[in-house]
Write a new protein. Structure first.
Length: 326
């Protein structure tokens, strides 16, 4: 594989750090541009340029007299900020790889492929749709500037080692604790997610394989019962207890991940059924679920469990919900 020069905007949290780890392992030359606030010094083998991407002056100083084969933007959330990055790097990078989100779709109740209608920024847009609308606007900025040299990846839920949300790590840890384990909804309910390392590999392949265009980049849809069965294999002594969605909702559980990985909002009925056939045909590779679970559990154990404020059910809250069945 030919070594590439890569500029990573961010690069020290979750997806960013996984991209940098993979890039360095592949022998690419990496420059990180960030504020130096998260895990400074994490990658001594990579050049780090300190600066704020919200500052046009900082971006201009970064780009002055320099060129890279590609930029990988893992932390672009606001159109005006992404616009500054695009303006500063136009003519300085061969390809712009932008990490967007499946939240860009205007309709989350119907199964979507890449050509589905996108959210548009508007003053009266509900707050929960602002994130997706901003990302959709960022996509447009990148595509208008770079054309065929734009690579847009739309992941859904990202899981695996170093996940700060704890939504996925909660489950292998909870099964390992044993006892009665509350499982939300129905075993046939849909789940869809991607291992952060598989997503990182896709982003790097966009550079090395010159893969452009827009792709939904998440895992295949699977029954959520399959996820929990794999977790149960980690500790067969645990006792799974399914609690129907209507009982959880009646008890006041938040339909948006009031229980980790569980979504019962009818307006989001298709959010775990997104069409990823285009990405699979273009080379997306997905590792076995058992590998993701084992590696996530090993990382979670090594760090000593969840950080304060991480998502998940504490034992008292879980006990109250289990009492609905008693």
């Amino acid at each position: 594989m030919q070594s590439k020069t890569l500029l990573v905007l961010g690069g020290t949290r979750f997806l960013g750090r996984t991209v940098v780890e993979a890039a360095l392992a592949d022998g690419h030359r990496v420059t990180l541009f960030n504020r130096g606030r998260t895990a400074p010094g994490l990658f001594p083998g990579a050049e780090t340029v300190l600066g704020d991407r919200e500052s046009a002056a900082d971006l201009a100083a970064l780009a002055a007299g320099r060129q890279w084969d590609a930029v990988i933007d893992v932390a672009g959330y606001h159109p005006e900020v992404v616009g500054r990055s695009v303006a500063a790097l136009a003519g300085r990078v061969g390809r712009y790889v932008f990490v967007s989100t499946l939240s860009v779709f205007a309709d989350q109740a119907t199964v979507q492929d890449e050509d589905g209608e996108l959210l548009q920024l508007a003053d009266d847009l509900p707050e929960h749709q602002q994130y997706g609308a901003r990302k959709a606007a960022c996509e447009r900025i990148v595509r208008e500037a770079f054309g065929e040299r734009a690579s847009i990846a739309r992941p859904g839920m990202i899981v695996g080692p170093h996940d700060p949300t704890d939504r996925f790590a909660y489950w292998p840890r909870r099964f390992m604790r044993g006892g009665r384990v509350l499982l939300p909804g129905d075993p046939a309910d849909a789940a869809q997610f991607i291992d952060v390392r598989d997503l990182a590999r896709w982003l790097l392949d966009c550079v090395t394989r010159q893969r452009g265009g827009v792709h939904n980049v998440t895992g295949r849809t699977l029954p959520i019962g399959e996820l929990f069965a794999a977790c149960h294999e980690l500790n067969p002594a645990a006792e799974p207890v399914w609690v129907p969605a209507e009982r959880l909702l009646a008890a006041g559980a938040d339909p948006w991940m009031g229980v980790p990985m569980w979504i019962a909002d009818p307006d989001c009925a298709a959010i775990n059924r997104v069409d990823v056939s285009r990405a699979l045909a273009a080379g997306l590779s997905l590792r076995p679920l058992a590998e993701t679970l084992a590696d996530t559990l090993a990382w979670d154990t090594a760090r000593g469990g969840p950080a304060p404020g991480a998502e998940g059910l504490d034992p008292a809250a879980e006990g109250k919900l289990l009492a609905l069945l008693d």
